[in-house]
Design a protein around this ligand. Structure first.
Ligand code: WTA
Length: 682
């Protein structure tokens, strides 16, 4: 207490010095600080560590610590988890209602140093499970550091500077990871584009980010087929103007390159194996990643160094119960946020072995994952419900062939996991002795916010519920009609928000902060708005029930309705279209497209479907192709011209009689026509 009084006196003197005239306000601030100092000294006396064991055994206390003194809680986490080149004095300077978020801003660190240089060179960083069955390669931390330093210097030699954008269009591989870390080493922002996106989608991301360099491979094998990455990049570059050089990893063959193509391996081999990591500000950008929203083109969410790495490494440790020596496998592609946070940054900051999975769950057969678990002795396995559902349909004989006793934690992410898939995962894969963690989060949140572990003892986990938030995370539900905050302890449904900032929040949308604020901050309360709907129980458990907006979730991939509609409308015979997400047994959601054709169109429906699908494949990706098409003369709209997707959603599942309130329909015949079409198909 003596120390805190002294600090308080200093603070009073400081306020006098800077001439704050509002004495009441000054007192108020001093009181807050006094309370903080008090709880800080309590925490210090008790030495409440934030390591895994403490968080598991004393979850409620850790949560209280985070709630009563968030600054000390997050500062302690940042110092426990990371190596700082320059310690920070400022912890949290956020004005959430303005969408202004800043953490540890005067601290400095290098993210790649934290992920590589800190760990013993001989420890295994990555196991690359290649597309070709039964072939894996190990990469030690020392080797990954060498590769990273060499690629970093190659990027520098091409003129890449701090904050420049580097687009990475690569298969999930050690080269992709080393390229991401190479950007981090030199302060450039990586922008990974999922290597299943089309040339147009890639071009659009290159243009929006203004990338100078693209890193790609000649080809990418997937499920035994070759994806022609280099050809796609060449096509994309015809539609872009900013790219100066393309670094090409010749994965399948070796040719002499010319023009703006630079051989990635040859160039980097010439570089020294070590390069000093430079210290960057905690608030300097680490990467941007595009994701779909309800309207407009995909947006580039920006994440920064210090807060992002603090939170991803801590959550990776406490949610997956993961530490050095563990073999951890997240089977997501490196092109999504899960691949960033829980395949690369979280695990590597923690010095564990991270498995990179290049293939598909059914190649060469539906036992691929389980054979890999047995061969690599995987301890934690993290996948999307869509994969679990598709494997469940193939029966138990595949998993039953393999020894899965190395598994301790089974994670699920990306979409709601249904009861059947949850039980199959738990019983058939986990043999009823693993912890199932249904983790809820988003590209925007940077890391997992709600998860059964560490919040809930195993026996209390309710299937399909993400359960409770991580300490420091303060979710709340908003009533969609009254916009009031639903009190805790009342069982209810509502729009899921987070009321307080946390370190790994996205900071902005690339070059569009207004859009960031408008999309993510609630006007009424200044909370972070997730876009998801959720149910809360009296005990404070959460189940995520779906999106409140026009985002469709196909096999865990986010797509905006407007993106798909824009692609459909590219067909010269299409005059207008509307798409909705409709429940799908394997994919979670599938797209149903309602299309109005131009007058005089003479093509058959099957011709049109093939052509429209090829437009979608070209403009977005093959996973965006609809499950069903309905060619209609008019769309159900309100009198103000808004498409009534609520009605289309019901129609897409065959509901034709209970369509809810249709009184605002501009043209009732719009619905009648679709009903007739559906009745005919039955
Ligand atoms: C959905 C993926 C239910 C949700 C990490 C969210 C989930 C969107 C879950 C983010 C879950 C993610 N249960 N729904 N456990 N996890 N979602 O940005 O709708 O690709 O808003 O990030 O996926 O998708 P994104």
């Amino acid at each position: 207490m003596k120390r805190s009084k002294l600090l308080l006196a200093n603070l009073e003197a400081f306020y006098k010095f800077i001439g704050t005239s509002n004495i009441g306000n000054r007192r108020h601030q001093c009181n807050i600080i006094q309370a903080r100092l008090f709880s800080r000294s309590l925490a210090a006396q008790e030495k409440l560590s934030l390591d895994r064991d403490t968080v598991y055994n004393r979850y409620e206390e850790v949560k209280q610590f985070a709630r009563s003194d968030p600054e000390s809680f997050w500062a302690q986490m940042a110092r426990e988890k990371l190596k700082w080149r320059k310690d920070f004095t400022r912890v949290n300077e956020c004005n959430l209602s303005k969408g202004e978020v800043s953490w540890f801003s005067d601290g400095q660190l290098n993210v790649s140093e934290n992920c590589l240089d800190r760990h013993p060179r001989e420890d295994i960083a990555l196991i690359w499970e290649k597309d070709e069955p039964n072939q894996h390669e190990q990469v030690a931390y020392g080797e990954l550091l060498d590769m990273t330093c060499q690629i970093a210097q190659t990027l520098l030699s091409l003129g890449v500077k701090p904050k420049d954008r580097v687009v990475i269009y690569l298969p999930t591989s050690p080269i992709a990871v080393a390229t991401m870390l190479a950007c981090a080493r030199i302060g450039a922002m990586h922008c990974v584009v999922f290597a299943g996106f089309s040339a147009s989608a890639l071009a659009q991301r290159i243009n929006d980010s203004g990338a100078k360099v693209v890193v790609t491979a000649d080809k990418s094998p997937r499920g035994g087929k070759m994806i022609e990455l280099q050809k796609i990049v060449t096509e994309a570059l015809n539609q872009t103007a900013t790219v100066e050089k393309v670094l090409l990893w010749q994965r399948t063959e070796s040719k002499t390159l010319s023009g703006n193509l630079v051989d990635l391996m040859k160039e980097s081999d010439r570089m020294p194996k070590y390069m000093e990591p430079e210290a960057f500000s905690a608030e300097d950008p680490l990467f941007m990643l595009y994701t779909s929203g309800s309207t407009g083109k995909p947006k580039g969410l920006v994440h920064t160094n210090g807060g992002y790495l603090t939170y991803t490494s801590w959550t990776h440790e406490v949610i997956f119960n993961c530490s050095k020596g563990d073999i951890y496998a997240c089977v997501a592609d490196v092109g999504w946020i899960t691949g960033h946070s829980y395949l690369v940054y979280g695990p590597l900051a923690n010095g564990v072995t991270s498995v990179l999975f290049e293939s598909t769950p059914v190649y060469p057969d539906p036992g691929r994952y389980w054979e890999m678990v047995e061969r690599l002795k995987i301890n934690q396995f993290y996948a999307a419900p869509t994969a679990i559902r598709s494997l469940l349909k193939k029966g138990d004989s595949y998993p039953n062939k393999y020894d899965l006793k190395s598994l301790r934690v089974l994670g699920s992410v990306g979409e709601p996991i249904n009861t059947e898939a949850w039980h199959w995962y738990n019983e058939v894969i986990g043999r009823s002795r693993c912890k199932i963690v249904d983790t809820w989060w988003q590209t925007e949140t940077g890391g997992i916010l709600i998860s059964p572990q560490p919040s809930t003892p195993g026996s209390e986990v309710i299937p399909t519920m993400a359960m409770r938030p991580l300490p420091g995370i303060e979710p709340a539900l908003i009533d969609p009609v009254t916009k009031e905050v639903i009190p805790k302890g009342r069982a209810a449904d509502g729009d899921l928000c987070v009321t307080k900032p946390w370190p790994s929040m996205a900071r902005t949308i690339w070059q569009d902060h207004e859009r960031f604020k408008d999309t993510y901050i609630t006007k009424e309360h200044g909370f972070y708005l997730t876009g998801d709907e959720a149910h809360q129980t009296e005990e404070g458990y959460f189940r995520i029930t779906g999106r409140m907006d026009d985002v469709i979730n196909i096999s865990g991939h986010r797509l905006g309705t407007s993106e798909v509609e824009d692609a459909i409308n590219l067909h010269p015979q299409v005059s207008e279209s509307a798409v909705v997400g409709s429940p799908h047994a394997i994919k979670g959601e599938g797209i149903h497209a309602f299309v109005i054709l131009k007058d005089g169109c003479e093509e058959t429906e099957s011709q049109l479907i093939t052509e429209i699908n090829s437009f979608i494949k070209k403009d977005i990706a093959s996973f965006a192709q609809p499950e069903a098409f309905y060619f209609v003369p008019v769309l159900p709209k309100t009198r103000s011209g808004k498409i009534m997707r609520r009605i289309l959603k019901k129609l897409s599942v065959g509901i034709t009689d209970d369509l809810g309130d249709v009184s605002t329909l501009a043209e009732p015949s719009a619905v009648e026509n679709i009903v007739k079409l559906i009745e005919k198909r039955k």
